[in-house]
Design a protein around this ligand. Sequence first.
Ligand code: KMH
Ligand code: ZN
Length: 274
Amino acid sequence: MGATTLITVAPTGAESAKADVPALPVTLDELVQTAKECEAAGAAVIHVHIRDDDAQPTLDLSLLQDTVQALREGTGLVVQLSTGGAVTDPYADRLRVLDAAPDMCSLTCGTVNFGDDVFMNPWPFMVELYKRTQDMEVVPEFELFDLGQVTALHRLLDKHGPPYGGHVHCDLVMGVPGGMPGDTRTLVAAVEALPEGATWSATGVGRTTLPVMLAALSAGGHLRVGMEDTLTFAKGRPVTANAQLVERAAAASHLAQRPPMTPAAARSLLAVKP
Ligand code: KMH
Ligand code: ZN
């Protein structure tokens, strides 16, 4: 088997309103349907934020447990729950996400300005979350919004040892207003600073979606796509479904001679709990 591309889909996020973006999956049925379509289109991992009955972001544990179960029953995707939540979510709620027993969770490696808000990830919170991933056998995906966060990742690994499963996987989140820009030279700088042996994906929010996708493929990386990060497919064309973004990423991966990785291969690469 030749080289392949791991495609992660982030279908919902915590920032967009259903009223503004009708195609956003916010109910459990919509999320599972989206997940099935994205798996068929080439996704192997799903990065999950959920919404309540009013379509507002929530970290309600029982809803998260139902979501993990429904995604496991309906798809073969690796289920990664967001511990970032929304910028207003308390640390305790973000830590409790692991009690839903996902395969993976996100772990952001530092505080970053986030548009007009601040996405808080102080060192003691990072450490507490990391220790819980180790204890609860959940594989963290290290979210890197800025180059300084790569340094914080090294510090975390140096002080607290390897993640559950032993493999380090990172995601460069580029183009957030307040974080690192979504361009090729920044992507290369970040990749060169990653820990030895780490794998990585990249996503560029908004207008940086395509430049980051093409830079990531040409640099040998994996891809994250989805409506958490991208609401416009092309100039004047709103995204109509998450699968549209996965299909484009899969087509680009084929073009790069690194076709989409299967969920089973992703489980093996990421060393998630069997
Ligand atoms: N919604 C952002 C504030 C994550 O999922 O871990 C944080 C975020 C990162 O989306
Ligand atoms: Zn997220």
